[in-house]
Design a protein around this ligand. Structure first.
Ligand code: HAM
Length: 418
């Protein structure tokens, strides 16, 4: 009797050949973009001490309250699969004393993140982020640079209609002042709000504005922009000037509050239509207190995270074609046993010289092998028969034109490279 089959865990995805090439293109574009903007890659562990996220992301966030994959290892340590990239990068920045470097630390990462969320199109339990973080500068020009890098990423990919929404969540005193004003607005409607909002009102009232259920009730809510102090307003104004200087389009959304607790000043999101009810494809902001919170010196930071699954979904919905097809250079066909061995040798030589090459391993007839070469979009097929082997030559066929020529075996690699 057949054994029971396994299925992938809910909310995860297999990326198969045929789809993975799109990932390669998207990742290559991200890397090239970071090269141009002078951001360098950092790779941090996929799990960290749970407490890092509790302190970094914030105790009252949805992530820490209910979405983390936590576990104890055999040494009884409390660990968590990373739900996002920033906390780990900040930890690495502090632990490796990158703040000792004379220049601004500009870092990027691409990798899986894990959140126990209810899966739907564009929302998974394992998903991938392309993220950047810049440490050590309070200059609003870098806020604008970070926003513009994400903006350019969408442009480079050929995505249409991605909007940048911008807000300032101020510094701690501005936020405290706003919190009071907001609570004064929310308290009278307490009983009419959903359970989530009622709970958030006590713990994290700014997050109430983010509620999908009660959105419509907050039209008259006070704007955080009216509570910003002089320093915060100045910073915000300058971020906008730098964005204007680059021609990066954005709209101000004073109700934009991000789902993580570490933000100060600039907060932004990239929005696009096309994945059901989800419209956020990326988001980020400044986090001036986080490095200190995680045991480092008082160094400012700013960054974003962009969900790559969402990018790929929107690319598909918008019918954007990525250049993914990499045809095979050559398919080698052997006729007879002696030729078969020579083909093995030639295959290895070609591959070692950078040429992509394939052969048959299923004992198929020549016709079936030629079909296989077609399926692989091989540019050439090279056919070796017994007679040719004796003469030390091989027949090379250009698939596009059908043209055939005979080439010395030892010149095959060079001829194909040309
Ligand atoms: P975030 O808004 O939590 O921010 O996530 C950033 C992006 O990751 C989202 O906009 C979305 O595209 C993607 N994402 C989040 N959760 C899921 C999910 N369950 N399935 C698929 N995609 C998802 C952060 O993570 C911050 N660390 C960003 C940041 C960096 N802020 C400053 N620096």
């Amino acid at each position: 009797m057949a054994k029971e089959r396994f299925e992938k865990p809910t909310g995860t995805q297999d990326v198969l050949p045929g789809a993975v090439e799109k990932w390669h293109v998207v990742e290559a574009k991200a890397r090239d973009l970071c090269r141009r903007f002078n951001y360098r890659e950092i790779r941090t562990p996929m799990f960290e001490h749970t407490e890092l996220f509790e302190r970094g992301v914030g105790e009252t966030t949805d992530i820490v309250e209910g979405e983390m994959y936590t576990f104890k290892d055999k040494g009884d340590r409390d660990l968590a699969l990373r739900p996002e990239g920033t906390a780990g990068v900040v930890r690495a920045y502090v632990q490796n004393k990158l703040y000792g470097e004379p220049d601004v630390s500009k870092l990027y990462y691409i990798g899986p993140m894990f959140r126990y969320e209810r899966p739907q199109a564009g929302r998974y339990r394992q998903f991938h982020q392309f993220g950047i973080e810049a440490f050590g500068a309070v200059d609003p020009a870098i806020d604008a640079e970070v926003i513009s890098l994400g903006y350019q990423f969408y442009k480079d990919l050929g995505l249409k209609e991605v909007r940048v929404e911008l807000n300032s969540v101020g510094n701690a005193p501005s936020r405290a002042a706003y919190r009071e004003k907001l609570l004064a607005f929310l308290r009278p409607m307490h009983d009419t709000l959903c359970k989530d909002c009622q709970r958030r009102m006590e713990r994290n009232p700014l997050r109430v504005l983010d509620c999908k259920v009660d959105q419509d009730k907050f039209g008259d809510a006070p704007s955080i922009l009216d509570s910003l102090d002089e320093e915060c307003s100045m910073h915000f104004a300058k971020v906008k000037s730098h964005l204007d200087a680059m021609g990066v389009e954005y709209s101000i959304n004073p109700r934009l509050v991000r789902g993580l607790d570490y933000y100060t000043h600039t907060a932004f999101e990239y929005k696009a239509a096309g994945i059901g009810t989800i419209d956020t494809v990326g988001g980020g902001g400044r986090y001036n207190g986080l490095v200190e919170e995680i045991g480092g010196p008082d160094q400012p930071g700013i960054g974003f995270g962009i969900g790559l699954e969402r990018i790929l979904l929107i690319l598909e919905n918008q019918g954007v074609e990525l250049e993914t097809v990499k045809p095979l250079d050559v398919y080698l066909v052997a006729l007879g046993e002696a030729a078969d061995l020579e083909i093995t040798k030639q295959l290895f030589i070609l591959r070692s010289q950078g040429i992509s090459a394939e052969r048959d391993y299923l004992g198929r007839k020549m016709k079936a092998q030629m079909k296989s070469a077609d399926r692989l979009s091989a540019r050439y097929t090279a056919i070796l028969g017994e007679d040719e082997l004796l003469d030390g030559v091989i027949t090379v066929k250009t698939m596009a034109t059908g043209e055939q020529r005979t080439i010395k075996l030892e010149e095959l690699a060079q001829a194909l490279a040309e």
